[in-house]
Structure formats: C-alpha cells, structure tokens
Ligand binder design. Sequence first.
Ligand code: BGC
Length: 377
Amino acid sequence: MLALVAQPGHAHTTRIEEVPAVQAREGEVLVRTLEVGVCGTDREISEGLFGIPPQGEPVLVLGHEALAVVERTGYGFTRGELVTATVRRSCGHCLACAEDAPDSCLTGDYSERGITRLHGYARELVAEDPAQLVVIPKSLGRLGVLAEPTSICERALRHARAIGGRQPWQLERALVLGAGAVGLLMTYLLRLAGVEVWTASLEPENDLVEHSGATYVSTQDGDLSELGKFDLVVEAAGNAQLMARTLGQLRRNGVACILGIDPRRQTVEIDGRVLGVDLILENRVLFGSVNAQRRDLLAAVADLDRARERRKPGEAGFRVGELIPGESAAFVRLRKVLRRRVPAARALRRPRPASRSRRRPRFVSPRRTRRARRGRT
Ligand code: BGC
C-alpha cells in the first residue's frame, strides 16, 4: 500500500513509499482516504521541526485533515459513506483524557493522527476506531476535507465564549488576523453567528472575506489600531509580535485567542501600560487554543454545510468551495498523488493566496504597518 511519509526530525524526507497493508481488526472500520488537507503542521514535519513517528518505526504517515469513504459496512457506518476523523487520541492516564477531552490533555502523552505517535490518513486505507469517525453529509461532499481545520476554529470559539462569558460580555465586533484556511474559516463561523468581522492579512485584497459580509483589511495599507477595539481578536497568522499586540486591540472584557504558531526565537514588544493597566482595569484575556474534540468536529460539519447553503451564484455569500482551489496542492487528492507519484515537495508547497479580485481594498491608510509574516494555519 502506498503512503505519503516523512521521517520526523529529518528535513526534506517526505516521500511516497510502500507501507505495510492495513487490516481492520475487530471493532475497527476500514476507510479509504480520498483527500487530505495540508497545513503548516505538515510543512513543519516535512521540514524536520515537528512530529513523532509511532514507537519503533522510522517514518510517520502524514495526513490529519482527512476525507475518506467507508470501505466496509459495520459499526454504524455504511459502505460508500463519507467520513472524517478526530486528530488527537487519549493518553489513557489523565483526567482530561478520561473526560473525553484529549484536546486538553494534561500529560502531553496523547497521540495525533499524522502528527504524533500515530500514522495519518495520507495512505490508501486506514483502520479506524468508529468512535473517532464523523459522517460528512452528501451535501457537503468534497468540502468535508475542511472539517478538521474548521473544528480547530469551533473549539477556539467555544473556549472564547466560555472565557468571555465568565462575566457579562457581548461578542459584537471581532478581528481575525490572517487569511489562510484557519483565518478564513474563523471569519465564516463568526459571520454565521452574526458577528461584525474585520479580517486582516498581507494581500492587497480578498474577495472571499468580503463576500461573507466581513471587511477585508490589507496590513500593507494601514494601521490596525485605526479599526478601533474588539470584543474578540483571533490571531491566525502565526506572528508572535502580532499575538502580543492583540491585547491592546481589545475592548473592555475582551478576549484574544491565539491559533497561529510562531516558533522563531525572538523577543516581542508589548506596551507596558496595556499589560500593567488595561489588562487589569478592563478585564481582558489572552489565551491559546489547540486541537478539537469530537463535538467540535460535529459542529464544524454542521456549520460548513450551513455556510455552503448560503452561496448563490453571482451573489454574496460564503464561498466555502473556493477555499479548495482546483489545482491547489494544499488539498491533496490522494489517489492522484500516490498513483502519479506527484513529488512530495510539490504536494506540500505553500498554497497560492485565495484572492483573485481586482477591486481596491476598502481600508486605506497613509500609515504603513510592519509586514506581518504569513504563518502556519
Ligand atoms: C492540528 C491539530 C493538532 C495541532 C498540534 C494542528 O495542525 O490541526 O489537530 O492538535 O496541529 O499538533
């Protein structure tokens, strides 16, 4: 059986390789992978910076954003049904994992499909625990490959609401930093919830943002502080300096959520008064969020389907389908990659920016901000 593998800890070892055939054991569902999404985590593994292979094995099969089809009927699943799967699995010995919350694992001994100690979905067949599978409705079809990154956003919002909701808080204005897959999906979820959203990124324009009813802001054209303050700021650009600045962009009782990763060794600046005065006197919070639970994956599937319905040709709406551009390597049609042996390096290259609009950005300011680096999604 062919698979897309990498040797964690060793840069540029990603390749297509023959791996042992998979047999579904008693209690497992056999699924055939159709597509896998490729995100910053996959690139980090490919660059030798992240990931752990299963114990005693030299390579790790990649692929944690999966769309698969059930191969054999059983355990509540029917042959031909589309499915996706959770990424993180219990460590087996902590309170959080015992409470079905491996996303909050207290030991770090968890495993993650395609990332940590567990092979992923970038291979022809996978034998999966049915409890980790979630059905993708036919109406969503191929877009089901977006369920995992959307679940990351759902989890982050669930936590933001819990943190914000510890005191009276109204989520009216939100700022999303970064317009990669996670930034765009977060924008869509917030718009579905009726929140007024500004999404900022490096590109001059982004019609996928604008069509959802959010306002796109190019960081090349202005200073974000001119946009005012927000109840929620989400950092999905992977820039530690931007992360530090989010605290200063919050309204009273505001919540800042960090989803991007910036592994560079550096010192970032934060205005002492924001930390020493505003944070306290205005009850502001900055928190990080990783991974998601099964319930977040279910919410993600339902919301993606709602977003899909809100698109009429020629009209504004959530153009979810366009998050998967036809030739984008960010979503690997697995069979094509494995069979035609598309070079792994190409399969993992950075996707092109989503925007194709020629319209001028709405937000123009004479002052230029320092360029934010586009990061992992
Ligand atoms: C995945 C998460 C995972 C995280 C850390 C992300 O790319 O989407 O599910 O927990 O990487 O490994």
